[in-house]
Design a protein around this ligand. Sequence first.
Ligand code: DAT
Length: 180
Amino acid sequence: GVEVPHYPRDLPNILITGTPGTGKTTTSEMVAEATGLAHINVSELVKIKSLHEGLDTEFDSYILDEDKLIDEMEEMMKPGGKVVDFHTCEIFPERWFDLVIVLRTDNGVLYPRLEARGYNAKKINENMECEIMQVVLEDARESYAEQIVIELQSNSIDEMEENVSRVKAWMDQWVANNKK
Ligand code: DAT
């Protein structure tokens, strides 16, 4: 059969995804702090490296150049040890990730977070609908092995701290299981 290239990793790669405002960046920074993994904020990377085809003025967001983004990230992902933060999960190669966290936030909590960001009404509505329809969770379940996709509630600071502890515990276990 065809041999699929596989790059063994000394450390895992974790994807933290979810609708904008669910707490990906804050949680990822805390996970990086707690575990020593390197945080890759994909939205920032897209902006800094111009991995886009300009601005979608209607939604006030960048039109992603997926091929450029994947090329840019491939070498970073190979050795492992990354916590990747992005609102879209189905564009990445499945083999990159050992754990996929989908953050979830209740409507009444998410709405004011999006408002506080100064998003326009169209962008708020788009993101609220995304969360209500569980778009990211369903995309994650379609794109990755069932057992690596974990849904976590992110409504409060307590929940966020609990989520960070869970990811840290998961990582310690991964490292113990993968010791050479
Ligand atoms: P994202 O990266 O998913 O867009 P963020 O980390 O920038 O989200 O968080 C958006 C805002 O909401 C920010 O002001 C921090 C706050 N926040 C996020 N998760 C939270 C939580 N679980 N409890 C309280 N506040 C939270």
